[in-house]
Design a protein around this ligand. Structure first.
Ligand code: MTE
Length: 424
């Protein structure tokens, strides 16, 4: 920051004109030479919003973002899937900050479209190897002891298009199958205790009420550890697209297990070998064999700004930011490189650093217009270091779709535009 008193800085800026205000530092010397100072009408004229009364409190019973933020939306990639009902859209990571994803921007992934369920008609059944099969209404669930937790949900297919090289130009598309929200819900172990598990229970099967009837097998150790049955996100009811009125929250594990519109939990002594854990969500290795039940999402990070959808606009002072996460606990450190991994600096983490949650990192830096190769690398509390894409391919080959947590590189050109690239 300048040492000059604020009044003096403001006075100087007032004579710069609109472009000077928008362009701040970098444009300052050229402008001073090219044009005589012009008064800025945004300062000298009374604007409409100051002249006329605004809308009253009765106009927005449920608030929406400003009309000037209209471009900030989830987006899909039309060629990726055959139909929008069994598809995915992506969180605009380059347009959000902090650690919480606004509910309306959380990416959606569903296999049979959004189930629209009246909560009065919703039931959750617990059956199978239990002492007492039970059926809960939403009212029953809301009378059980509840907790609040912030967790990331990452689809196992996030960055799945990047296995064979740089594909999609924007962190929304390369990394946007993730969101991070605060859930309110009942620990699954509380519900299971009510039903009473038989001693030989090893697995549960979670089933959704959507047209896909999506179901997955979950090991009992995880179910009794930190799994929640959630009815709220970010303080309000789950959104329909995210599982209203009830979903499973499986912290740190791949998003496919987080069954939405949850209607049944069956207890058993072995996995169900469902479609989603045999033909899908398995990792095809170089030798043609498949890894199954790879639940945990390993540590990963991405620089969200600058990135292809968010180029650098100004020389001089800039803020680089991004997100990091780990399915094994907290993120301990994030390193950032501006020269393709030759030199690394430790980024500043800001905001809460929570278990199995996104953390926000920043590097405040000066840009002179030189070419940059921006990378970030997450290190979690277990000491696990996010691998380069080449290191990952050495172990996994290139046949995989899922679990790509390789280091992302953005090339920033002298004009500030950024591009998805790979360093060999
Ligand atoms: N649950 C049901 N019932 N049906 C689905 O299609 N999709 C799964 C999971 N739960 C799905 C589901 C997948 S693949 C993912 S990645 C997450 O939900 C996505 O959750 P979101 O839509 O809240 O982002």
């Amino acid at each position: 920051m300048s040492d000059k008193p604020i009044a003096e800085v403001l006075n100087r800026r007032r004579f710069l004109g609109a472009a000077g205000l928008a362009g701040a530092g970098a444009m300052l010397p050229q402008l001073a030479q090219a044009e005589a100072p012009k008064p800025d009408p945004l300062i000298t004229e009374v604007q409409d919003w100051s002249r006329y009364l605004g809308e009253g409190v009765d106009k927005r019973p449920y608030g929406m973002p400003s009309k000037y933020e209209k471009h900030i939306v989830r987006r899909d990639v039309s060629w990726l899937t055959a139909s929008p009902e069994s598809s995915v859209n992506f969180t605009p990571l380059h347009e959000i900050d902090g650690i919480i994803t606004p509910s309306g921007l959380c990416f959606e992934r569903h296999h049979g479209g959004v189930a629209e369920i009246n909560p009065a008609d919703h039931r959750l059944m617990i059956n199978g190897l239990v002492d007492k099969p039970l059926v809960f209404t939403m009212d029953d669930i809301k009378r059980m002891p509840r907790v609040n937790r912030v967790y990331f949900l990452e689809c196992a297919a996030n960055s799945g298009m990047e296995w064979r090289g740089a594909q999609l130009n924007g962190c929304q598309f390369t990394h946007g199958m993730i969101h991070n929200v605060m859930y309110t819900g009942v620990p699954l172990k509380v519900l299971l205790n009510e039903a009473g598990l038989k001693p030989n229970v090893k697995w549960l099967m979670l089933e959704g009420a959507d047209a896909a009837g999506m179901n997955r097998s979950l090991p009992i150790e995880k179910a009794l550890d930190d799994v929640l049955i959630a009815f709220a996100m970010n303080g309000e009811a789950l959104r329909p697209e995210n599982g209203y009125p009830l979903r499973a929250v499986i912290p740190g594990w791949q998003g496919n297990l987080w069954v939405k519109w949850l209607r049944r939990i069956e207890a058993g002594d072995q996995p169900w070998q469902t479609r989603e854990e045999t033909s899908k969500y398995t990792d095809l290795m170089a030798d043609g064999r498949s890894r199954k039940y790879t639940f945990v999402m390993d540590a990963k990070s991405v620089v969200t700004n600058p990135s292809p959808q968010a180029p650098l606009k100004f020389k001089g002072r800039n803020v680089l930011t991004g997100i990091a996460w780990s399915g094994r606990g907290t993120v301990k450190r994030v390193d950032v490189s501006l020269d393709g991994g030759r030199n690394w600096q430790t980024a500043r983490l800001d905001g809460p650093v929570l278990d199995k949650s996104i953390v926000r990192f920043y590097v405040d830096f000066d840009w002179n217009g030189q070419e940059l190769m921006i990378q970030s690398r997450a290190i979690d509390e277990t000491g696990y270091v996010q691998p380069s894409k080449d290191e990952l391919r050495k172990v996994r080959g290139v046949n995989s779709i899922y679990h790509n947590n390789g280091i992302q590189t953005w090339l920033v050109r002298p004009d500030g535009e950024a591009e998805n690239v790979e360093i060999g």
